[in-house]
Design a protein around this ligand. Structure first.
Ligand code: RIB
Length: 292
């Protein structure tokens, strides 16, 4: 817990990847070769993106994850450090770091293949990891590291009254008991369809609908709908992660304010190429926030 209640302590447990981003007019069909228009290497990974987003949006973030001992490791560790995210619980393991092969088309839509690398080595939590989770206001997780590790973290957070925010992406069915320990689930509309009734026990459910904004379903039948600011989207990679990280950073202000804050952050993230490179600061979010 931080001394400043407006700067929540957030433990982010998740993946960190080097994104190998190619841009092209149209993404290739199966068996087709197309010419690209550009290439960039940008640090990403759902865990790291959400950690950076939460930190830039006002949180005090500690990242729990792993990089390899390869050529990408320095840049991956560096982007977290440069963003002010705590890396005391970031391990270096033998072997390659996680990578994501990303194709972005002229409409800003993407296709992504993730190869887990070091992320797959997150098979257990240490006592120091557990202490960070227990002391945090919020635990934020996704599903790009082994699911059993996420489950152990969720149960530990729940036992220690740390609020659990889960972005179950890439979507997969988890053990049924776990969902009741998730305070806030953030899913896109495709993931919501895939997970269906699994999400019923979750107290607060946030569904993102791309440029159409987000919806919320909370206790006592409370429902909210939040539009997304109109922007010219260049690349949607990491926009959902930015939404989720910003939501976690603003959760203490209540669902309505947090949804507006997250939707603005997510929209801004689509205006620049790349994942971590596109995540807005608190000042940019504030400046773009629609008047209430
Ligand atoms: O959500 C976007 C992220 O998914 C990318 O940064 C990529 O690394 C994959 O994890």
């Amino acid at each position: 817990m931080t001394a400043d209640p407006s700067k929540p302590a957030i433990a982010v447990l998740g993946s960190i990847n080097m994104d190998l981003v190619t841009t092209t007019e149209q993404r290739p069909a199966p068996g087709e070769t197309v010419l690209g228009t550009g290439f960039a290497m940008v640090p990403g990974g759902k865990g790291a993106n959400q950690a950076i987003a939460a930190q830039r949006a006002g949180g005090a973030v500690e990242f729990l994850g792993a990089v390899g001992d390869d050529v990408f490791a320095g840049a991956l560790r560096g982007v977290l450090n440069d963003s002010g995210v705590g890396t005391g619980r970031l391990r270096t393991v033998t072997g390659p770091s996680g990578i994501a092969a990303i194709v972005v088309d002229a409409g800003g839509e993407n296709s992504i293949i993730v190869v887990g690398g070091a992320n797959a080595a997150m098979t257990a939590l240490t006592d120091a990891d557990l202490a960070v989770i227990a002391a945090a206001d919020i635990l934020l997780c996704q599903l790009e590291i082994p699911v059993d590790t996420v489950a152990a973290a969720v149960m530990h957070a729940s036992a220690n009254r740390t609020v659990v925010v889960l972005n179950p992406s890439p979507a997969q069915h988890l053990m049924a008991d776990l969902w009741a320990h998730v305070d806030v689930a953030v899913v896109n509309s495709g993931e919501a369809r895939h997970l269906g009734s699994d999400l019923e026990p979750v107290a607060h459910l946030v569904i993102t609908h791309g440029a159409d904004g987000a919806t919320y379903r909370g206790p006592n039948g409370r429902e909210l709908s939040q539009s997304s600011p109109r922007v010219e989207a260049i690349d949607t990679t990491g926009a959902g992660d930015t939404f989720t990280g910003a939501l976690a950073a603003a959760w203490h202000r209540g669902p309505e304010a947090a949804l507006a804050w997250a939707s603005t952050a997510g929209a801004l993230a689509t205006t620049t190429l790349g994942a971590s490179s596109s995540i807005p600061t608190q000042e940019r979010i504030e400046a773009a926030l629609p008047p209430r």
